[in-house]
Design a protein around this ligand. Structure first.
Ligand SMILES: Cc1cc2nc3c(=O)[nH]c(=O)nc-3n(C[C@H](O)[C@H](O)[C@H](O)COP(=O)(O)OP(=O)(O)OC[C@H]3O[C@@H](n4cnc5c(N)ncnc54)[C@H](O)[C@@H]3O)c2cc1C
Length: 375
């Protein structure tokens, strides 16, 4: 640490995962941090999140690891199943990655612990403050998500495109079930589910579709539509779907990774810089990596313009590769006909004889240590 951040003022727009983690990382290094959040209180939808070790290393370094482990379940495995429920592959995380935690957590619990952490570190959180244009100030951090006001100020207007996929998400009561993520892969649709602390289960169901109206998080839908779309699915799925009461649906849009993340005064982090499809479960994880590395970059290089440029260089290639991996998974989960039979056979065999290699395909994501990267 160079102490370059001591007493520097920083304004963060958005109290989501990116903004709150950045608030903690910057305030712990001595910065005077103000977070502006448009919602009237800092809270989140009741859905779940998977957090992989590359994010958990940051939360540990921020001193939040024990709290995370109190509100999260450690995931033991990832099960790949076909739409009828038959097992295709099981990736045993406890066996192959015994030293790393993959955690399943409710978003509200994660946001609450980050908000507490930010306040304890000395940051000020101002709710009910919708930013409509980039504010004055020497350091402005745009952590304002998909519809960022800072991103167009740096990049001009950009148009996302619809991926022809829509996603439903719901949380149902389910006191049983092993602590593992299950992915059911069907023709042109898939469903991901995992348990959450407190006898709950998270469901995300993705269907390919031709048309959609509006990008956004909080459109409600009738559970009958979800049950109809996944009527051909077997195993535990029909029972889970019969328990869905409160359901949200949204269209999945693709955005490019921002060309310009910073201009020496303003900088983007999290979804504001690189929204991703959810198929690698890395959106919030990348936001956490960004937050740590932004603070570390600013702390080691007193020249802010140089620090922000170095930050973008450090992040750009990695986040592009992760976003591409998520795009690839969208295709792999939804195969049909002979392609699906062949792919599932390969997975079944690999699961039996080469599981370490199967799990190891994404070591480059999970082995990354943001804390060591700029220590
Ligand atoms: C179905 C689904 C499942 C997912 N699962 C996972 C997963 O398992 N693991 C994972 O790592 N990621 C997952 N993600 C991705 C993850 O949710 C996002 O990448 C992450 O929330 C991005 O965090 P953020 O802080 O950048 O943005 P956001 O969470 O969008 O937060 C932005 C904040 O800024 C505020 N804001 C916006 N505009 C303004 C403004 N003008 N003024 C003031 N405040 C403003 C908003 O109110 C909000 O609080 C998933 C996403 C989806 C859709």
């Amino acid at each position: 640490m160079s102490h370059a951040l001591t007493d520097r003022a920083a304004t963060i727009i958005g109290a989501g995962v990116a903004g709150l983690t950045a608030a903690i990382a910057l305030a712990q290094r001595g910065a005077r941090v103000r977070v502006l959040e448009r919602a009237s209180e800092v809270r989140e939808f009741g859905a779940g999140l998977q957090l992989s070790p590359n994010a958990v290393r940051v939360l540990d370094a921020l001193g939040l690891g024990a709290q995370l482990r109190r509100v999260a379940l450690r995931s033991h495995a990832v099960q790949l199943r076909d739409h009828a429920g038959a097992h295709v592959a099981r990736l045993d995380l406890m066996r192959h990655r015994p030293d790393d935690g993959f955690y399943l957590v409710q978003r509200p619990a994660l946001i609450a612990l980050l908000a507490d952490g930010a306040r304890q570190a000395g940051a000020t959180l101002q709710t009910g403050h919708a930013v409509t244009q980039p504010p004055e100030g020497a350091l402005i951090i745009g952590a304002d998500g998909l519809h960022s006001v800072i991103r167009p100020a740096l990049n001009g207007r950009e148009v996302p495109f619809f991926t022809h996929q829509t996603a439903w998400r719901a949380v149902i009561p389910d006191p049983e079930g092993p602590p593992e993520a299950q992915i059911f892969m069907g023709p042109r649709r898939h469903l991901v589910s995992y348990p959450l602390l407190g006898g709950l289960r998270n469901l995300v169901a993705v269907e390919e579709r031709s048309g959609w109206h509006k990008e956004g998080w909080s459109h409600r839908d009738d559970p009958a539509n979800l049950r109809r779309a996944f009527a051909g699915f077997g195993g535990p799925v029909p029972d889970w779907l019969s328990r869905v009461r409160d359901l949200h649906v949204w269209g999945l849009f693709r955005h490019q990774v921002a060309r310009r993340w910073q201009d020496g005064r303003m900088v983007l982090i999290g979804d504001a810089a690189h929204p991703t499809l959810p198929f690698m479960a890395q959106g919030a994880v990348m936001a956490i990596e960004d937050a740590w590395l932004l603070a570390a970059s600013l702390d080691r290089e007193p020249d802010q313009a140089a620090a922000l440029a170095a930050f973008q260089t450090l992040r750009d290639a990695r986040v592009r590769r992760i976003v591409e991996a998520a795009n690839g998974n969208a295709r792999n989960y939804h195969l049909t006909g002979p392609k699906k039979l062949a792919a599932h056979m390969v997975l079944r065999t690999a699961s039996r004889v080469a599981q370490k290699r199967l799990i190891g395909r994404f070591d480059w994501i999970y082995d990354y240590d943001p804390v060591a990267a700029l220590s």
